[in-house]
Design a protein around this ligand. Structure first.
Ligand code: SAM
Length: 334
């Protein structure tokens, strides 16, 4: 049986149309909520998909399985040498998928234009603070100016709306939410706060110390008036609010305290070619093995369909039996 016209449906009726592709597990920052200071045991090169293998898998997802949006992430996608080429080949597919990258912004000032020309639609840049001391403490690198240059370049070349993802950490930048929002609005960036999730390699996350969406709202309420945005949320992870009546907005991605699994439309491909149907999945399906054993597109598509069919109803972070996935966020692709 062929797989043309198949889709990535799970048994709860959700369809995965948004593919997150991790291009590398390596990163040039060491954000505390993600990685230990010394880094991790990186994937060996021969286990990492080649550019051609990545593009082939994306092509199968887009042309046969209904994926209409591809987001490149990692690790840090900008450190993958073939990024611009991979973006260009993805953007040239028919039907044409929307493309985006999630990046820490380092080096984006030099690559923004080429990425735009290759057909990239948008970027999300991760930035948790605009204070140099907090930046160094969180990321363990003194690179704030490079991130700001990357953001400015993204806006300049039209990778808009430029979105910023921020994580608040207790005792470091927890009181900086209003200042970061003011700064983002002044610069025309769309800020979203993400609740810290149990995905760090060191397993240091704790439910009772993470900063919750309610705390973020309380802190923003001191300086701004937030009102629900009319925009349909659909499968978007962020709850969006108008700031002081709009048009500026702020988003809150409350993955832990207000999970949105029922509307999830995402599926992930790791840099070593494993499909994960959820960030918190405990199983993966090996497409790299199939590729390298010579499987045809039909067979790979069938495996992909089966991998998504088994997706669980929710991530279960709040269940007493919750187990953190073995792979950290940087290896899964955030
Ligand atoms: N290096 C890129 C970047 O910085 O955006 C892409 C990968 S990074 C893993 C993707 C996003 O995940 C970033 O916005 C980062 O802040 C976020 N992230 C990493 N660990 C997290 C955690 N434990 N909880 C919530 N967000 C996390």
């Amino acid at each position: 049986m062929g797989t043309h016209g198949a889709s990535l449906l799970d048994r709860f009726g959700r369809q995965a149309t948004d593919l997150r592709v991790s291009l590398t597990d390596r990163c040039n920052l060491r954000c505390q909520y993600c990685m230990p200071a010394e880094g991790l045991d990186w994937l060996p090169t021969d286990e990492t998909l080649t550019d051609d293998e990545i593009v082939r898998l994306i092509e199968i997802a887009v042309t046969r399985l209904g994926v209409d949006q591809v987001r490149f992430t990692g690790g840090e996608p900008l450190i993958r040498p073939g990024l611009v080429d991979i973006v260009g080949r993805t953007a040239a597919l028919h039907p044409h998928p929307r493309t985006a990258i999630t990046t820490n912004g380092l080096g984006l000032d030099r690559k923004a234009e080429a990425l735009r020309e290759a057909g990239l639609d948008r970027v999300n840049v991760s930035l948790d603070t605009i204070r140099r001391d907090s930046f160094v403490e969180i990321t363990r690198r003194d690179r704030l100016d490079d991130v700001l240059a990357g953001l400015a370049a993204a806006a300049r070349v039209g990778l808009t709306p430029v979105k910023i993802n921020a994580v608040l950490m207790r005792g470091i930048n927890e009181s900086e939410a209003p200042e970061l929002l003011r700064w983002a609005i002044d610069h025309g960036y769309e800020l979203r706060f993400i609740e810290q999730m149990p995905l760090d390699a060191q397993h240091s996350w704790r439910r009772d110390t993470m900063i919750t969406a309610d705390e973020i709202f309380a802190s923003l309420d001191d300086e701004f008036t937030l009102s629900p945005s009319d925009e349909q949320r659909g499968s978007a992870p962020a709850e969006k609010f108008l700031v002081d009546g709009g048009p500026a907005t702020v988003g809150v991605i409350a993955s832990v305290t207000r999970p949105f699994c029922g509307d999830c439309d995402r599926v992930r491909l790791t840099a070593d070619g494993q499909v994960r149907n959820c960030l918190f999945a405990r199983e993966e399906s090996d497409l790299r093995g199939a590729l390298r054993e010579g499987a045809d597109d039909d067979e790979i598509a069938r495996r992909w369909v089966a991998a998504v069919a088994g997706k669980r109803a929710g991530h279960g972070i709040d269940d007493p039996t919750f187990l953190q996935p073995t792979r950290p966020m940087s290896a899964i692709g955030g």
